[in-house]
Design a protein around this ligand. Structure first.
Ligand code: SF4
Ligand code: SF4
Ligand code: SF4
Length: 541
């Protein structure tokens, strides 16, 4: 009891200290930036109309501000008008030397939804306009000529090669008694990555409405498949990152952040128009997360998450190079894991503080108004440091799905500059995560806020009582050999330490490596709604 109290006290102090450190760092970032007037390079723009007839023109007016330290920077503004078929027209203009104002007019020659990006160096604003063709009779359904999809052969070849290699590994592994589950899991992980980014393989042009209002190359499960009003796609509790094109689902963390700020009030989003309030959208997101977390829990992390797969591949690489893994001390690992909840709490806290004007009518943080410092650089604060974003975006630009200069421009800017997709902070975090995860298995998963979110709705009462998947242990079958503890990628110790019954913990990603490696018949089992699905087997004989 005394030990427990001490443990809780240590954990609480650890969480308080870490929160204080992160708040001080964030505060420092805010205080160090002059948040009014010309705080640094930024661009704000407006469009003359959001709905016009085909071949009419729109005028984009805006202001750029370079910031005091940037006086030598060019005032050159590029305005990119992206057609519904994702071809585009660029207009380059020089903003007024004194005021930073610019104006540009463009005739829009294609019916559908146009995205308009006024761009200043590394940063941009995003506008949209719907172009209507009055001669097109909406009651006439246009027949789809030929295949409904226009396949991308390069990507399909890459997919087929990867799945074939995965199948060979899986079949070879299935013959080994101690690799059966891992091989099957790898195969499922690889296959699901292709499902998550299925939109990469098809042409976007022929997709039905409302796909024309959604960014490039998407085929969203929520909108295109289920036809429901989730304009950003179906929220899922794993890193199906919002930013790369081609995704079929949406990152739940992105939705939570942006629906609080800056999209609390509905109306315009990035490339979509919302017809419900932020609160309604958040309710839908949380309902989906809760249901999925109860059903699958952190099996998402072990079996579905693309970033989890990436870390597993790093482990395979390390093993191939015959480099032994390293472990954190048990005590440190437990405290480190708590940091995921701190990050999650901070994400929500920061988003609420940023959105205070829309939510409560009082602006708590200067610079959160449209065009302000926070609006330009720190809306969706976690996305500016998240390692998944550069990983996805760089991969996609390498196969030509994202304009490469959108990424290279950013890495040369200020560390916090948003650019189109990636900040230098994203790249730094990804670099550190790769380096650490190479030696420490699934290192990021131990502090991942997405993992923490799933654990919240799966491992804590009352959700824990109704969670569908769990690991069970039979005390009488366990010989305390310690194999389960050694093979666990997230260094869970409870499977070894606990005597019997439910041994699932919030750090467990349900990878089932412990079940696979346990050499004693029936000592460990994966239970689905109370029924044993998989159990440990004596593989020594
Ligand atoms: S950057 Fe990270 S948190 Fe943001 S949408 Fe992508 S995966 Fe989600
Ligand atoms: S913990 Fe996070 S990064 Fe790891 S597998 Fe789960 S969602 Fe992905
Ligand atoms: S406890 Fe078992 S199932 Fe959970 S992460 Fe560790 S090895 Fe995987």
């Amino acid at each position: 009891m005394v030990k427990n109290k001490k443990g809780i006290k240590t954990k609480t102090s650890f969480v308080i200290v870490l929160t204080a450190v992160v708040v001080v760092i964030m505060g420092g970032v805010l205080v160090c930036q002059p948040v009014s007037s010309c705080y640094g390079p930024h661009i704000t723009a407006a469009i003359s109309s959001t709905e016009i007839y085909i071949n009419e023109s729109v005028t984009v007016t805006g202001t750029v501000c370079l910031g005091t330290e940037e006086e030598t920077r060019s005032l050159e503004v590029r305005v990119t008008f992206v057609r519904p078929d994702y071809s585009w027209v660029d207009q380059v203009i020089i903003a007024d030397n004194e005021t930073g104002a610019f104006t540009v007019t463009q005739q829009l020659d294609m019916a559908g939804y146009w995205n308009v990006f006024p761009i200043l160096g590394h940063i941009n604003d995003r506008l949209g306009v719907t172009v209507i063709d009055p001669s097109a009779d909406p009651s006439i359904v246009q027949p789809i000529v030929g295949s409904p999809f226009n396949p991308n052969p390069l990507l399909i070849a890459a997919a087929v090669t990867t799945v074939s290699i995965g199948a060979v590994f899986a079949v070879t592994g299935l013959k080994k008694k101690t690799r059966k589950i891992s091989s099957f899991r790898l195969f499922i992980q690889v296959g699901l990555v292709f499902l998550i980014f299925f939109g990469m393989f098809i042409d976007h042009e022929i997709l039905p409405q409302p796909a024309s209002k959604i960014p490039v190359h998407e085929f969203l499960v929520g909108t295109n498949v289920a036809g429901v009003e989730m304009q950003d796609g179906f929220p899922v509790p794993f890193f199906g990152c919002y930013y790369p094109c081609g995704r079929t689902v949406t990152c739940a963390l992105w939705e939570i952040q942006t629906y609080i700020y800056p999209f609390w009030e509905g109306a315009r989003g990035w490339g979509v128009d919302y017809n419900s309030s932020g609160l309604v959208r958040l309710a839908v997101v949380f309902a989906v997360i809760i249901v999925l977390s109860i059903l699958l829990g952190k099996a998402f992390c072990g079996w579905v998450c693309p970033f989890g797969l990436f870390m597993d591949l790093l482990t395979y690489l390390r093993k191939a190079l015959k480099i032994p893994h390293r472990d954190f001390s048990e005590d440190f690992n437990k405290k480190f894991h708590q940091f995921g909840y701190v990050i999650l709490a901070l994400i929500i806290l920061l988003s609420v503080m940023f959105g205070s004007e829309a939510i409560a009518g009082t602006q708590l943080i200067p610079g959160t108004e449209e065009g302000g410092f926070i609006y330009q650089y720190f809306s969706a604060p976690f996305c500016q440091v998240c390692p998944m974003k550069p990983f996805c975006v760089l991969l996609e630009s390498s196969v030509g799905l994202i304009r490469f200069e959108w990424i290279t421009q950013v890495t040369t800017g200020q560390f916090y500059e948003l650019g189109y997709y990636v900040t230098s902070l994203n790249l730094l975090v990804l670099g550190v995560v790769i380096a650490v995860s190479f030696f420490y298995r699934r290192a990021w998963c131990r502090i991942c806020p997405m993992g923490a979110l799933i654990a919240l709705f799966n491992r804590f009462p009352p959700f824990k009582w109704v969670s569908v998947l769990r690991l069970d242990k039979k005390e009488e079958k366990c010989t305390k050999c310690g194999i389960c503890k050694r093979v666990c990628p997230t260094q869970v110790t409870e499977v070894y330490d606990k005597k019997s019954g439910d041994v699932t913990t919030s750090n467990c990603i349900l990878c089932l490596r412990c079940v696979e490696m346990c050499p004693y018949e029936d000592a460990l089992q994966l239970k689905v709604a109370g029924k044993t699905l998989i159990k440990s087997r004596n593989w020594l004989e």
